[in-house]
Design a protein around this ligand. Structure first.
Ligand code: AMP
Ligand code: MG
Length: 399
C-alpha cells in the first residue's frame, strides 16, 4: 500500500499554476493575483477636505469672525478658486482644497452661511485636510502577487485606477460520477437505486477550492462509453471521476482506463479512501479517480484534489489550516493505515475539543451525517486507537 503522504505528493505533482490572464474587477473575488499591483500616482491625487465645512486660512480665524464665502466646492468640483485673506470657500468632503486655504472648519463649528459665514471655533493649521499621497505614492506596493483577492484588495486595485488585474485562471474541472444505480436527485427510486450525491459534492468542493466545475453524469457502468467520454474531454484542466475504482466486478473507471499508460491505480494506506487512481489522459489532462462511497469521495477530494486545485489557481498556501484538538471521543483505527475521521468542534477558542461527526459509526456511506463535519482528524498510520483526552491534528474544513 502506498503511504498517504506519497499519494498526496503524487496528486500535487499533477498541478502547476495556470497561466495568468487579465481579468476585470467584477471577476477578481477569490482569484489569485499573478503580478504586484503598484500605485502609479499620488493617492489621494489632490489635497482634499476630510469634512463638510469651509476651507479657510487658519491665521484669519478668531472666535466669532465673519468671513466672505467666495466659492462653493462639491466633491468632484474642478473649480480652482483662491482663498485670499478674509475669505473662505464652502467645501464638501473629498473636494480638492483650494489654493490659499490651510485648514478646514467643520460646518458644525460655523453658522453654515453661504454668502458670509460666522466661525465659532479656531482650526489648527492643517486641520481636516487629507494630504495628496498620504495613502500611497508612485511605486508603492498596493497588493502583492500571490494574494488571494477579497473585497479590500479589489477596492485597493480599483483605487489606483486599474480596471483589470493579472490573475491566475480558475481551473476548469470536469466532474464525472459513475454508477448504474445512480439517478438524479429528486427522481423516485426503484429498488436498488440511489440519488447521485457525489457529483454535487465534488462540484461544490471544486467551486469552494476556487475552480469552475463542469458536472457530467451520472454515467452508466459502461467502460467503452466512459473511455470515449474521458479521452474526448476538451477545455478542462482536471478530470475528476467518482466510483468504479475498487476491487468489485463492475469497476468501470478502472476498466475504462486499464490500457491508458498515463493513469495508475493504487491502494493508499488511508481509511476511508483506499482505492485511488491518478495520472494523465492521452491529451495530457490530469485525472484523479476517487472512490464512490460518499465519505471516501469527500475525504479523498480534501486530501488529494483540493491542494492540487489550489496550486492551479495560483495559491501559495494550498493546504487547509490545521489545529491541534483534544478528542472527547474514543475509537479504534485501522492498523497500518492512516485514518481520516470527520469531526465536529464541541468547544472552540484557545482549546478546541472535537467528537466524531458521524456519532458511533464511521462508515464511508454515512453521507447525511457528513453534513455535520467541521473538520477532518488525521490519525497517523502508527496510531491504533484514539482515547478521550488524546491530542489529535484536525484540518479545519469550515470557516
Ligand atoms: P463504487 O466505488 O462505484 O463501487 O461505489 C461504492 C459505493 O458508493 C456504492 O454503494 C455506490 O452506490 C456508492 N456511490 C457511488 N457513486 C455514488 C454517487 N455518485 N453518489 C452517491 N453514492 C455513490
Ligand atoms: Mg460503482
Amino acid at each position: 500500500m502506498r503511504p498517504l503522504d506519497e499519494h498526496r505528493a503524487a496528486a500535487l505533482a499533477l498541478a502547476a499554476p495556470l497561466a495568468p490572464e487579465e481579468r476585470g474587477l467584477d471577476e477578481l473575488d477569490g482569484m489569485v493575483l499573478a503580478q504586484d499591483v503598484r500605485s502609479e500616482d499620488l493617492l489621494p491625487r489632490w489635497d482634499n477636505s476630510a469634512m463638510d465645512g469651509y476651507a479657510a486660512r487658519a491665521a484669519d480665524v478668531t472666535p466669532g469672525v465673519v468671513l466672505q464665502v467666495v466659492a462653493d466646492l462639491a466633491a468632484g468640483s474642478g473649480d480652482e478658486p483662491v482663498v485670499r485673506p478674509g475669505t473662505v470657500a464652502r467645501i464638501m468632503t473629498g473636494a480638492p482644497l483650494p489654493q490659499g486655504a490651510d485648514a478646514v472648519v467643520p460646518v458644525e463649528d460655523t453658522d453654515g452661511g453661504t454668502e458670509t459665514v460666522t466661525i465659532h471655533e479656531v482650526p489648527a493649521t492643517g486641520a481636516h485636510i487629507r494630504r495628496a499621497g498620504e495613502d500611497a505614492v508612485p511605486g508603492d506596493l498596493v497588493v502583492a502577487a500571490g494574494t488571494a483577492l477579497g473585497p479590500a484588495h479589489i477596492a485597493a486595485i480599483a483605487s489606483v485606477g486599474r480596471a483589470t488585474a493579472l490573475v491566475h485562471r480558475r481551473p476548469r474541472v470536469a466532474v464525472v460520477s459513475t454508477g448504474d444505480e445512480l439517478v438524479p436527485p429528486g427522481t423516485p427510486l426503484m429498488r436498488g437505486q440511489l440519488p447521485d450525491s457525489n457529483s454535487w459534492l465534488l462540484a461544490a468542493a471544486v467551486r469552494e477550492a476556487g475552480g469552475e466545475p463542469r458536472r457530467l453524469g451520472p454515467v452508466a457502468d459502461d467502460p467503452k462509453a466512459l473511455h470515449a467520454l474521458l479521452v474526448g474531454l476538451e477545455d478542462v484542466d482536471l478530470v475528476l471521476t467518482s466510483g468504479g475504482v475498487s476491487m468489485g466486478a463492475y469497476d468501470v473507471v478502472k476498466a475504462a482506463l486499464a490500457d491508458e499508460a498515463g493513469v495508475e491505480f493504487v491502494r493508499v494506506a488511508v481509511q476511508p479512501g483506499k482505492p485511488q487512481g491518478l495520472g494523465r489522459l492521452p491529451n495530457g489532462t490530469p485525472i484523479v479517480t476517487l472512490p464512490g462511497n460518499p465519505v471516501s469521495s469527500f475525504v479523498s477530494f480534501e486530501l488529494f484534489v483540493r491542494p492540487a486545485l489550489r496550486r492551479m489557481a495560483g495559491h501559495v498556501d494550498v493546504e487547509r489550516p490545521t489545529v491541534t484538538a483534544t478528542s472527547d471521543d474514543a475509537w479504534s483505527t485501522p492498523p497500518e493505515r492512516a485514518q481520516v475521521m470527520p469531526v465536529r468542534f464541541v468547544s472552540d477558542g484557545g482549546d478546541p475539543h472535537v467528537v466524531r461527526a458521524t456519532g458511533r459509526g464511521s462508515g464511508s456511506h454515512l453521507v447525511a451525517r457528513l453534513a455535520l463535519a467541521e473538520g477532518l482528524a488525521v490519525i497517523p498510520a502508527s496510531v491504533d486507537s484514539v482515547s478521550a483526552g488524546d491530542r489529535i491534528n484536525v484540518l479545519r474544513i469550515t470557516p
